[in-house]
Write a protein of this length. Structure first.
Length: 295
């Protein structure tokens, strides 16, 4: 059954992560960046809970390697394991401050080709790390003028992704957090809305990388409970400013207070939230948050 296959894939992911942490015990070599996703995955395996984890486990592997003139260079591999991994490939992006943009794009596409050709259905994060250790330094001095792909073509061919995150929090009262949410969204050119109170709802939309940066900042604040309830990703061909604007459902990010009632004036009128979402064409989200049909 898919349930069993999922369970098995999740177990393989956990044992691979355990292996990585025993091989690379230091934070500067290996660090899980999304502890919540890892906890969810473990919970899924241990309790055989039927609820499939909502977010991918993400981690960073840093690889030091020597370049020909004997200095050391560090490459960082940002990895995410899709839920079906290892039946599908991991998502890996290799970066280094010494790589130009086009060198980085070439390195990543060669790594992907290597994985596609050599792995199907087995864990391959360690092999990818080995490949980076052995090959990445060579890309630093690669003169790409001889390649037909110029940097501008490369940027064109990179698909931009528009993302909308629906974040759920047990409550949002704190003024600093509320200010952070608005300031960070502005800084990252994200639109959406924040409904403070209990529960707290935050929606942000914009470039995928900006949404992920927003989430990683928000998550580091102290919360009783916070999670991404739902995530929407749309690939944009070309991905120019106009195309991003076209996908937005909210003009800016603002705080929405729907007729607070309750002793602390903190319980929002969910009926009004439902109508607000309905106006924006997002009514189906209400059910994901509150598990009931709104009306």
């Amino acid at each position: 059954t898919t349930e069993m296959a999922n369970q098995e894939e999740a177990e393989i992911q956990i044992s691979e992560l355990d292996l990585l942490s025993s091989m690379f015990p230091y934070e500067e070599e290996f660090a899980v960046t999304d502890q919540l996703a890892l906890a969810e995955l473990k919970h899924y395996v241990e309790n055989e809970s039927a609820e499939v984890p909502s977010s991918k486990v993400q981690f960073i592997l840093n690889v030091k390697t020597e370049v020909p003139n004997a200095s050391m260079v560090e490459f960082s591999m940002a990895c995410a394991l899709p839920f079906k991994y290892p039946t599908v490939l991991p998502e890996i992006t290799v970066r280094s401050s010494l790589l130009s943009r086009s060198q980085q794009i070439l390195l990543n596409s060669d790594l992907k080709t290597y994985l596609i050709q050599n792995f199907s259905g087995e864990p391959c994060v360690l092999s990818a790390r080995e490949w980076v250790k052995d090959h990445a330094a060579a890309y630093i001095d690669k003169d790409l003028s001889s390649f037909s792909m110029t940097a501008s073509d490369a940027t064109q061919s990179e698909v931009t992704t528009f993302t909308r995150l629906w974040i759920y929090s047990h409550h949002i009262y704190n003024k600093h957090k509320r200010k952070n949410i608005i300031d960070w969204a502005k800084e990252l050119s994200l639109s959406g809305f924040c409904m403070p109170g209990k529960p707290g709802v935050v929606c942000v939309e914009g470039l995928q990388s900006s949404c992920e940066e927003f989430w990683s900042r928000i998550r580091r604040l102290t919360w009783k409970r916070i999670l991404i309830r739902h995530r929407e990703d749309v690939s944009l061909e070309g991905g120019g400013h106009a195309e991003i604007q076209k996908h937005r459902k909210f003009p800016t990010l603002e705080e929405k207070c729907f007729d607070a009632h309750g002793a602390r004036g903190n319980h929002m009128d969910l009926g009004q939230l439902y109508h607000f979402l309905e106006e924006k064409g997002c009514a189906d989200i209400f059910q994901m948050y509150f598990g009931v049909e709104g009306h």
